[in-house]
Ligand binder design. Structure first.
Ligand SMILES: [Cu+2]
Length: 86
């Protein structure tokens, strides 16, 4: 598992993008946002819901994300981390 690409935005945050499968509605999106937001360095989470496919998740954080923490958060919400966003 990897997170890429990682970009540093103007605010000094690190943006990480990856794909998560299994989300089908706004409740699913809320669950993923809630779990990811619980990670210490996470400042903002955006989910582009793609029903029936992999949804792109963008996380802004004050430090590089720990892939294990991200995977644990997504599993906790009940979904699957598919891959880094291309
Ligand atoms: Cu749902």
């Amino acid at each position: 598992m990897s997170i890429s690409p990682t970009l540093v935005n103007d605010a000094g945050s690190t943006n990480s993008e990856f794909l998560v499968s299994g989300m089908t509605c706004s409740h699913c999106v809320s669950s993923v946002i809630e779990e990811l937001s619980a990670i210490d360095s996470v400042e903002n989470v955006v989910v582009e819901l793609n029903v029936g496919g992999a949804s792109k998740v963008t996380v802004a954080s004050s430090a590089a994300l720990d892939p294990d923490a991200v995977q644990a958060a997504i599993s906790e919400a009940g979904y699957e981390w598919v891959d880094a966003a291309s």
